[in-house]
Ligand binder design. Structure first.
Ligand code: SF4
Length: 1020
């Protein structure tokens, strides 16, 4: 035992709710005669200091003492050591260790032992953490070197630890003249400061070697009273080594401090293994939610219940193991539920919209400027108010056909700006092109070679200025770039990855507290941040496997067995990484649970919706459930998936409506809530046996508006639009009357979809007809011709849409087109008739005007082009041809037995025939591009049969005109040519799940307009 000059040391241990009043008694006792007597209190965190100040005032008021007091100074252990040590050398800048290790790794031959990892900045933080453990434990580089030399290590481990020892020596040398945390503690321990005032040490249950040296030195000079959190039983074992150390080195016999009367203390004893501890009251509640989102709702419910019971919101804490996206979502959802709260970790500058945008910017060149990245970046910048990119940026990028690559962003946008659809688009395109030019210039051609830190700082600064010009670079980014430059005096040249580590690390460290403890509502924070705080009500949340307890992570550089051997060899407390993990996690949990003064709630969820996996409850949750259960009474509220929660207050509008519905019935709620009344009416109509306005049977009120949609009133119609009406009139209504558009996002195409394959073939066929002097082309030239037109057509398709990538997929796509072209030419050669193409993609009307089709009682204007017009030897039109590229067989079958327009689903040929003057044959040339391989089938109609098709078309157009005029667009879920139109329908979400069954129940609707529409389906 070390001799101590100062005496009167004391060590108290217990839960925080027990230690807190004991500390206050100690302070009050010290200031009994002099209320301004200075009292130094060393606390585990600054937040704890804030908490204790506030609680001390409350404690005094509760005892009828004046809240006014003075002389208390709260400091962290490091801050207190700095006071004792006095001024030291120049401080090591933030990330100084990272810089020194990075440059040593690049320089030293020993680094080879790390293989490829040596050149990666990701290795450095691991080395940094291991060396920090050694330094904090007080293991000198020399002692570590000796251990490596003499210890029982394999040759491989000796080599690796030898390299680590070398890096440690370099780090020690690099920091020799600078003030580091270890240097501060060493100087403080050696200080001759002889203050005799007692030192109160609050909230520590562990300390590093250097911290213990300093505390022991302080105890030699002044009385120390330590308040050590030590939960009862096995949940508090982690604190025992520290208590033993205090007992021996202060020295002082630890005294247990009992919590104030209450069942939570009994619960803590039962949790620790004392089954004999009594259990009464309703002080502990457990909630098992079906999912992690539901768990957040249950937390909101528990808080609202507590608030209703009179617990102020600022006296409620929600403790999670670590701040995470889950806790961030919790904080936001509490705010949405109207519960003021603040998350302690607060948002860092790195996770702000600006920070995330700059992270994307940093990687743009490596990722080849992909469209979504650039657009996300502009969205984030716009959200942060950092740049002025137009709202229509996404639209412009799509219109310009940008997929990726710096050139896409500069050239394609410029081309769009030069040929816009409107002046508005032109202005937006010019402004966006200017933004993109700046972005590309700032983000490309980063230096590849290592640079000094100051050069990286200047490089980043210059690029940021280019990016934000003419605006000023936002302050957080300027300060992060300066942090990189501040490492310059430490020397060394590093790669861009290391500069990124420091730049984004510096952004990460820029945080602003989003609220004040005890003032701004519910506290949400990690178990470490909450250490020492006490709340009237504590919720320990997200108690699920791999969250709390957090799994131990072994140190890949210095194993636990080696750490133990090193500790034995040097007599320094080198911390273990995995072996002590379980005990430390238990202590963290028990301390978090023990922070509740009046009410403790523990929550868990059984499924993680984000990861779509089931979760097991944490063993702590199971232990707590056992400890809080008395016989058959288990205090766990289990929330089942999909079952409305009837317990406690509603936590969302939807839940409130749900409850009102259950309580009062739908009719009552609808009488005061118009949207529900509309929804109920809609539901009744959806299940009525007649077609309604919700399924395309519009009432008389719509007729006037529909007049301009009648075929005869349209500026132009196309054969495919007629076919759309025939296949499903409701889809036609949604697309062509309501103007609904499918989401159209051009992106890298992985392969040609059926529509693109068809379009590309049509283009190739047009090119081939135009290029062929002979018909059919001579067999000798077919190969080269087919290859050329296929390549040209594919290139044109890519230009209009998006590149087909990667190269192999593009090659396969071109082969598919070429195979169709070859199959088609082989068919043409085989049939050997006397006709030859006179035109391909021939416009229906002359001089750019629509072709006016006489539909009997009215004219209909058609736009479009004829795939092919064949002429006879005398140069007269003899046959019109329409190419159909199909993936599945079945098209031709529908024309057998007299099919002409198949209920309006195939009207191209009669329209073409009329456009060329009638009295011609017609033909669908069906090219099968599916897995059965390229094959060609002809569906041929003689001139007489084509006349029959024309008559059927006129009947169809008359029916269509009447249907549109009467507002009859009822849906069709199975057509003759397209068996399952709903399977490929972009409007399927409107019809909704189960629509086929609902629609089938309406098929017997006797409405004459509906019957007339249905009759069109039977046209030949
Ligand atoms: S989902 Fe089916 S019924 Fe509905 S609009 Fe589309 S094709 Fe018609």
């Amino acid at each position: 035992m070390t001799a101590s000059r100062a005496t009167g040391h004391r060590v108290f241990f217990g839960s925080f709710p027990a230690l807190e009043p004991r500390l206050f008694e100690e302070i009050a006792g010290l200031q009994r005669d002099d209320p301004l007597r200075p009292v130094a209190i060393v606390v585990a965190s600054n937040l704890l200091g804030v908490h204790l100040r506030r609680r001390y005032v409350e404690w005094r008021e509760d005892r009828g003492l004046s809240p006014a007091h003075g002389g208390l100074s709260f400091a962290t252990l490091e801050g207190f050591a700095a006071q004792v040590a006095g001024p030291g050398g120049p401080p090591l800048p933030p990330f100084g260790e990272f810089a020194l290790i990075s440059s040593a790794l690049a320089r030293l031959p020993e680094s080879r032992v790390f293989g490829d990892l040596a050149g990666r900045p990701e290795l450095v933080p691991s080395i940094e953490a291991t060396l920090r453990d050694l330094a904090d434990a007080g293991v000198a580089p020399k002692a570590f070197r000796a251990f490596v030399r003499k210890g029982a290590l394999s040759a491989e481990r000796r080599l690796l630890l030898g390299a680590l020892a070398r890096l440690y020596e370099e780090l020690d040398r690099g920091t020799a003249v600078r003030e580091t945390r270890a240097a501060t503690f060493r100087r403080a321990a050696a200080s001759r400061d002889a203050a005799s005032e007692p030192l109160l040490l609050y909230g520590f249950y562990d300390a590093t070697g250097l911290q213990k040296d300093f505390l022991a030195a302080s105890a030699r000079r002044r009385p120390v009273a330590a308040f050590v959190p030590r939960p009862p039983g096995r949940y508090g074992e982690f604190a025992d080594p520290f208590l033993r150390w205090a007992e021996e080195r202060l020295p002082a016999a630890p005294e247990g401090v009992a919590a104030p009367e209450g069942s939570l203390d009994d619960f803590a004893r039962r949790l620790g293994g004392d089954a004999a501890a009594p259990l009464s009251g309703d002080f502990v509640r457990l909630v098992s939610a079906a999912g992690s989102a539901g768990e957040r709702a249950e937390i909101a419910r528990e808080i609202l219940m507590a608030a209703e019971a009179g617990i102020p919101l600022h006296a409620i804490g929600v403790v999670v193991r670590e701040s995470s996206p889950w806790s961030g979502a919790l904080s936001r959802e509490l705010a949405r539920a109207g519960i003021p709260n603040f998350e302690l970790s607060a948002e860092s500058a790195a996770s702000s919209a600006l920070g995330r945008a700059v992270r994307i910017w940093w990687d743009l060149e490596e990722r080849d400027f992909p469209r979504e990245d650039v657009l996300d970046l502009f969205d984030l910048f716009r959200g942060a108010g950092a740049v002025d990119s137009p709202e229509s940026a996404r639209d412009l990028a799509r219109r310009a056909g940008i997929v990726r690559g710096a050139a896409d962003w500069t050239e394609r946008l410029r081309r769009l700006a030069e040929a816009p659809r409107s002046e508005t688009e032109g202005r937006a395109a010019r402004s966006f092109a200017a933004e993109c030019d700046r972005l590309v210039a700032s983000a490309r051609e980063w230096p590849r070679a290592p640079l000094e830190w100051t050069a990286w700082s200047a490089e980043i600064g210059r690029r940021l200025e280019a990016l934000f010009s003419p605006r000023a670079v936002p302050a957080p980014l300027v300060s992060a770039a300066e942090a990189v430059g501040a490492l310059g005096p430490l020397g060394g040249a590093v790669e861009r990855g290391s500069a990124a580590h420091v730049f984004f690390g510096a952004l990460e460290e820029q945080r602003q507290a989003s609220g004040r403890l005890g003032v701004d509502g519910v506290f949400v924070g990690s178990a470490m941040a909450a250490r020492g705080l006490t709340f009237a009500m504590t919720i320990v949340a997200h108690l699920v496997e791999r969250e709390f307890p957090a799994p131990g992570r072994p140190d890949p550089l210095l194993f636990d067995a080696e750490r133990r051997a090193l500790a034995a060899e040097t007599d320094r407390p080198v911390p273990l990484k995995v072996e002590s993990r379980g005990a430390e996690e238990r202590a963290l949990f028990a301390i978090a649970a023990g922070s509740a003064r009046d009410l403790l709630v523990l929550t868990a969820s059984r499924r993680d919706e984000a990861l779509t996996r089931d979760c097991l409850p944490s063993p702590f949750f199971a232990d707590a459930e056992r400890a809080a259960s008395a016989g058959a009474r288990i205090p766990t509220r289990v929330v089942e998936m999909g079952v409305p929660v009837t317990f406690g207050p509603s936590v969302s509008e939807a839940e409130a409506y749900g409850r009102a519905l259950a309580r009062s019935g739908a009719a009552t709620v609808a009488s005061v809530f118009a949207p529900l009344a509309r929804a109920l009416a809609r539901q009744d109509l959806a299940h009525a046996p007649v077609w309604t306005a919700f399924e395309g049977r519009l009432g008389p009120a719509a007729r006037e508006a529909l007049a301009r949609h009648r075929p005869s009133a349209l500026d132009s119609l196309s054969a495919s639009r007629v076919a759309r009406f025939a296949t499903c009139p409701y889809r036609y209504f949604l697309r062509n009357v309501q103007g609904m558009r499918e989401w159209d996002e051009a992106d890298r195409a992985a392969e040609l979809d059926p529509l693109s394959l068809g379009n590309t073939f049509h283009d190739a066929a047009r090119r081939l007809v135009a290029a062929s002097r002979d018909w059919p082309p001579s067999p000798a030239g077919i190969g080269a011709l087919a290859a050329r037109v296929s390549e040209e057509a594919l290139a044109r398709h890519e230009e209009k849409n998006a590149p087909v990538v990667p190269a192999l997929v593009r090659e396969l796509a071109r082969d598919r087109v070429e195979a169709l072209v070859r199959a088609w030419l082989a068919f043409e050669a085989d049939r050997g008739d006397a006709l030859r193409p006179a035109a391909a993609e021939h416009p229906l009307g002359a001089g750019g005007e629509p072709f006016v089709l006489d539909a009997g009682a009215f004219p209909v204007r058609f736009q479009g082009s004829i795939d092919r017009v064949d002429e006879d030897r005398d140069g007269r039109p003899a046959r019109v041809v329409d190419y159909k590229v199909k993936m599945a067989p079945g098209f031709a079958k529908e024309f057998r037995g007299g099919g002409r327009i198949v209920g309006g689903e195939a009207v191209q040929l009669p329209v073409y025939a009329l456009a060329v003057g009638g009295e011609v044959a017609s033909e669908y040339l069906v090219l099968h591009g599916g897995s059965a391989g390229p094959a060609v089938e002809s569906v041929f109609f003689s001139p007489e049969e084509t006349e029959e098709a024309i008559a059927a078309l006129r009947s169809f157009l008359a029916g269509m005109e009447a249907a549109v005029a009467s507002g009859t667009f009822v849906p069709r879920t199975a057509a003759r040519l397209r068996k399952d139109p709903c399977g490929v329908c972009e409007c399927a979400d409107v019809c909704g799940p189960g629509h086929k069954v609902r629609f089938a129940a309406k098929d017997d609707d006797a409405d004459p307009a509906v019957r007339a529409l249905l009759a069109l389906r039977r046209l030949p």
